[in-house]
Design a protein around this ligand. Structure first.
Ligand code: F0G
Length: 421
């Protein structure tokens, strides 16, 4: 199926319901959106995407948050906790430091549960309700589980989350726990958890809400729509490049889809589409490997390691959607060290923006691409920061300053301050 930016808008097949259907990105097979539970193509097993007979442009958007974009989504409303509408921060000092024309930080950590996953869940959990399922499930490096637990409990549904034992940041486990999910700690990495939960879903034990689920990515499209609307209002143009951390490559796929639909609606010129630029941790970089090799598919990495546990992923399931996104937009992918990620996390914190390690990968990647001359000084860039600092308090404390013990008296405090200055 043609995932290029110049593909014609699709015409509605008989499977369409009110102009919406699911299409296989490999063989093109179309199916109705809500008649049955399906995550991949019944015929060939390819990834599915939601299609619209009439992709909409900027004029169709009204209201706030994710549901401002309802006309670009498969439902009119969702299970909401007021997700979306996140800030696009200006960072003048970082802009100078990196050496680009414009740098803005789209901070997805400002969502209700502290990550962009909320945008996907407000749609995905509403679809689950539409389908009449009782139990929701996901594999997760943490944020998906936190979001699913919150949205699942809001919808009154049971939630099951499979986490890689010992590899999920404390804040995320705490969220899943308090929102009432059943937390299964798997003796394996994230990719093993995803294999398992897919098997559970195939047996009908639960409705899968990982980013394989095409409805979730519809919600995540709104990140791209918000960036473009805000940037156009502030700068009269769209950014040249969007840099984002990559794990399963769901966001990369979702942003690309947002831009393709705007192109189809006639509201974005092909040449203006921002270059999608993915960043991975060096210890978990199969997408970077595929982009550098010009490969059509990604090789699964069995051993992955990084301090940025959110993107400790060796088998990016959305690669078939994301690789065309990076290539068609003229973007690239780059790997960064854990040390560079921590440096970027400190730099963002120094601008008042608190993010978890995976989020800082975007800035670390931009810095590297500037140093390598891949990104030019004239570029307008947006870096996506995907999760809040408090998600991973241990990483923040390790990257930050040490508490200083002082006695409980003023003279003692003053002399301590004198000693240290
Ligand atoms: N940043 C953060 C903070 C994440 O939690 C994730 C993914 C990503 C980036 C990568 O996004 O998969 O769309 O490329 N976290 C998933 C989870 C895997 O389970 O929370 P992607």
């Amino acid at each position: 199926m043609d995932l290029s930016l110049t593909a014609d808008p699709p015409s509605a097949p008989t499977a369409a319901r009110e102009g919406v259907w699911l299409a296989c990105i490999e063989c093109g097979e179309a199916s109705p959106p809500f008649d049955a539970i399906r995550y991949t193509c019944d015929d060939c097993g390819g990834l599915l995407e939601v299609r619209y007979a009439e992709p909409v442009g900027f004029d169709a958007f009204a209201g706030e948050g994710v549901w401002r974009y309802a006309d670009a989504l498969p439902l009119d409303s969702g299970v909401t906790i007021q997700e979306g509408g996140t800030p696009l921060y200006r960072v003048p000092e970082l802009t100078d430091d990196v050496g680009v024309e414009t740098l803005r930080i789209k901070h997805e950590g400002m969502n209700p549960t502290g990550s962009f996953k909320d945008r996907g869940m407000t749609v995905g959990v509403a679809v689950a309700r539409e389908l009449g399922v009782e139990r929701l499930a996901c594999a997760s490096t943490g944020n998906t589980s936190a979001a699913l637990s919150a949205y699942g409990s809001r919808a009154g549904m049971e939630t099951l989350v499979l986490l890689p034992a010992g590899k999920v940041a404390a804040g995320k486990v705490a969220q899943a726990s308090l929102h009432g999910a059943r937390i299964l700690e798997v003796d394996g990495n994230f990719d093993a958890c995803l294999d398992l939960v897919q098997e559970l879903a195939a047996r009908g034990e639960a409705y899968l809400l990982n980013s394989l689920n095409p409805f979730r990515l519809e919600g995540q499209k709104t990140i791209g729509l918000e960036i473009l609307e805000r940037f156009r209002a502030d700068h009269g143009t769209v950014p040249d490049r969007i840099v984002l951390p990559v794990g399963n490559a769901g966001n990369t796929a979702a942003l690309y889809k947002a831009f393709r639909e705007l192109v189809q609606a006639g509201d974005l010129a092909v040449d203006d589409v921002p270059k999608l630029t993915g960043v991975q941790a060096a210890g978990a970089a199969p997408m970077v490997e595929a982009i550098e090799a010009g490969a059509d598919a990604v090789r699964r990495w069995d051993d992955v390691e990084t301090r940025a546990t959110a993107i400790r992923i060796g088998n990016p399931v959305n690669a078939p959607k994301a690789l065309p996104g990076i290539r068609e937009t003229g973007g690239t992918a780059v790997a960064v060290s854990d040390a560079a990620i921590t440096d970027a996390q400190r730099a963002l914190a120094g601008a008042g923006i608190g993010v978890e390690p995976a989020s800082a990968a975007s800035l670390a990647g931009l810095r590297k691409l500037r140093e390598d001359g891949v990104v030019g000084s004239e570029e307008d860039v947006v870096c996506l920061t995907t999760g809040h600092l408090l998600k991973d308090p241990d990483a923040a404390a390790a990257a930050g300053t040490e508490p200083e013990p002082v006695p409980d008296d003023l003279d003692g405090v003053l002399s301590h301050l004198d000693d240290r200055t």
